[in-house]
Design a protein around this ligand. Structure first.
Ligand code: NAG
Ligand code: NAG
Ligand code: NAG
Length: 451
């Protein structure tokens, strides 16, 4: 090799370990020339090699620094590999040109803070269902150990509802909201302390705006069930709590189209953990539908045809107890059986929730909430379903074939939604019959209500 004639020159630097650089700078025919070259050339060549080595070491240390930095706080930088180590995509802050609020967009994408989603505990089955509340006359006792848990399914209007919970409930001690600056982030986030009336230690609401995504970004039933109690134990010390689960459901096709529009402009929710069975779902269990950093600009055909798309049947999956179907391990049971079990579980969990609302029926959903919990909002829920959302418009322009495909990939959600609708109106009618001042109540839902 070129460096073998060291004896001719008095070079004190031992360059023998630079041999690996040779192929980069010299072909086999060129390398023989170096041997016969005079000393100065050789020294120049070694300097060049040293320069290359320096560059190489510099890049190594740069990569090392990035890795260490990202490991420390993986979600805080623009250039960290996203999520767990099995993710190959790199995070870049997306621009949102749409009318989607930047704050909500970013908050959905980036999760900060300690994540309790993987600290599994035995689920504690003291969730209070609607029947418990109605038939046994349990009341949500905000000054004892009762906790309301809001399960926020993407694109169901949960952000608005979540804001109502922290901003507009008429409580003896309302939540106190402030903007919090998280380290290394420019955006300030809304956080609200929702303490019980008798002190500043324990909280009654587990939701994005009160606790943040402590059980994972848009945590599902399975994640919440194993995590919320654990989180509150860590925060407040062990206690015997009663849980009142709440959620919102939306027409599956409109919700799906809304998610499509959101993903199309760059949303990914890639930091969702999908914890189940004490571990996050692996990349092979939940393959990505796209190879880049996001799925920006995706066409509907492509969106629908990706079989791993989590948008399909999202509501059923997020409400089901996924441990019953082997979590995200598709070989645990046959697809048909898996669907059956998941749907049945989602229905059961939904029915036993203290409360669920339907995005399409804001006013009635508000009424059912207020009557179930004996709480009142200072504003009326606005019906925005067919006016300002894109999905309403998008739906009209779908070809019949496309609509058929969307229905097909959301068949579980369609069945779940039909079930939810009938249960919702059952609850509504029941509450209405109990309510001697029904007309008056419905009319005056919220001070700012406009019919
Ligand atoms: C709780 O905190 C608020 C604001 O910091 C304070 O005004 C109030 O007195 C506190 N209440 C109790 C019971 O400590
Ligand atoms: C998935 O389920 C199958 C069948 O029960 C099992 O053999 C396999 O080990 C599971 N895979 C993982 C990763 O747990
Ligand atoms: C929304 O649709 C319902 C029926 O589909 C209609 O009665 C209502 O007026 C619409 N609301 C708006 C704001 O367009």
């Amino acid at each position: 090799m070129a460096l073998s004639d060291r004896s001719q020159c008095d070079v004190s630097v031992d360059t023998s370990d630079l041999d690996f650089l040779d192929p980069l700078i010299s072909t086999s025919s060129a390398s023989s020339k170096y041997i016969s070259r005079p000393c100065m050339d050789n020294i120049g060549y070694r300097r060049f090699q040293l320069f290359l080595l320096a560059c190489f070491l510099f890049s190594c240390s740069l990569i090392f620094v990035i890795v260490v930095y990202c490991a420390e706080d993986r979600s805080s930088t623009m250039f960290c590999p996203v999520g767990s180590s099995n993710s190959m995509s790199w995070k870049i802050i997306n621009s949102v040109s749409d009318n989607e609020k930047m704050e909500d967009f970013h908050e959905d994408e980036y999760y900060h803070g300690e994540d309790f989603s993987l600290r599994t505990s035995e689920p504690r089955y003291n969730r209070l269902g609607y029947r418990d509340i109605m038939e046994d006359d349990f009341e949500f006792d905000i000054s004892k150990n009762d906790v309301m848990v809001f399960l926020h399914i993407q694109k169901t209007g949960g952000t608005t509802f979540g804001k109502h919970l922290v901003e507009n409930l008429l409580l003896e001690k309302p939540c106190v909201c402030h903007r919090m600056k998280f380290k290394k982030k420019k955006k300030k986030k809304k956080r609200c302390d929702c303490y019980r009336p008798n002190g500043n230690e324990t909280i009654w609401l587990f939701s994005r705006y009160s606790t943040g995504w402590r059980c994972g970004l848009h945590a599902d039933w399975t994640e919440l069930n194993h995590c919320v109690d654990r989180y509150l134990d860590a925060r407040e010390g062990p206690a015997k709590r009663r849980y009142f689960y709440t959620t919102l459901l939306r027409d599956p096709v409109n919700r799906y189209l809304s998610e499509f529009a959101h993903v199309r402009r760059g949303a990914t929710w890639r930091n969702s953990v999908h914890a189940c069975g004490g571990r996050p779902a692996t990349r092979s269990e939940l393959p990505s539908c796209y190879s880049g950093i996001d799925w920006k600009g995706v066409e509907l055909e492509e969106f629908v045809s990706c079989e791993h798309n989590l948008a399909a049947n999202r509501q059923t999956r997020m409400l089901a107890d996924l441990e019953l179907v082997g979590c995200y391990n598709k070989s645990y049971m046959k697809a048909e059986k898996r669907d059956q079990v998941m749907l049945a579980s989602a229905k059961k969990n939904l029915e036993s929730m203290s409360y669920f609302g339907l995005t399409e029926f804001q006013k009635l959903s508000q009424y059912v909430f207020e009557e179930t919990f004996n709480f009142h909002f200072s504003v009326g829920f606005e019906q925005y379903g067919n006016r300002s959302t894109h999905s309403g418009e998008a739906r009209k322009s779908l070809s019949p074939e496309m609509l058929r495909q969307i229905n097909l990939v959301n068949s579980l959600d369609l069945e779940l939604y039909a079930f939810a609708k009938s249960k919702f109106f059952e609850r509504f009618e029941w509450l209405k019959n109990q309510d001697t001042e029904f007309d008056n109540h419905l009319e005056h839902l919220g001070e700012g209500f406009q019919s």
